[in-house]
Design a protein around this ligand. Sequence first.
Ligand SMILES: O=c1ccn([C@H]2C[C@H](O)[C@@H](COP(=O)(O)OP(=O)(O)OP(=O)(O)O)O2)c(=O)[nH]1
Ligand SMILES: [Mg+2]
Length: 164
Amino acid sequence: MTVCPARPVGSTTMVEVLVTLLDPSIPLPAYAHPGDAGADLCTTVDVTLQPGERAVVPTGIAIAIPVGYVALVHPRSGLAARAGLSIVNAPGTVDAGYRGEIKVCLVNLDPREPIVLARGDRIAQLVLQQVEQASFRAVDALPESARGAGGYGSTGGFAVTSTT
Ligand SMILES: O=c1ccn([C@H]2C[C@H](O)[C@@H](COP(=O)(O)OP(=O)(O)OP(=O)(O)O)O2)c(=O)[nH]1
Ligand SMILES: [Mg+2]
């Protein structure tokens, strides 16, 4: 097993990610503040989402992520809280080998109001993370653990009451 040296608390590692601007008037992904986790992505198109509607929206950028990293496409919390905008497959997974345009599968979760987005609006945020790959090995039995097969609320939780 390879153990990575710990990064000092309070520091960030800058990983260079090459970007092609497929739409030159759309800015590079940008962090709003130093130390932010997410770099904002913009839509290159105007789009209106009716309640419950979804659309795959282009961002105008393609990137080359170093092997050993992934870029995750997360919703923005402000738009989520104010308008009900989310991402169907949140977080979207951009693989290191992917060289196509990053697209965001937006959805309007508001039950009543449409969401109107204009070209250039910041619609999502990209989070770069290190990832491990597993070498999957089939065995007859798994090692025992305290949790065992308990899941899906096995430790307790909310009582669900039916109105019907
Ligand atoms: O929000 C997203 C999610 C994915 N992708 C791109 C990059 C990613 O590498 C590729 C494939 O994504 P994923 O593996 O999640 O989708 P899939 O349905 O398994 O497609 P594939 O068969 O191409 O792997 O699509 C995006 O542009 N935005
Ligand atoms: Mg896939």
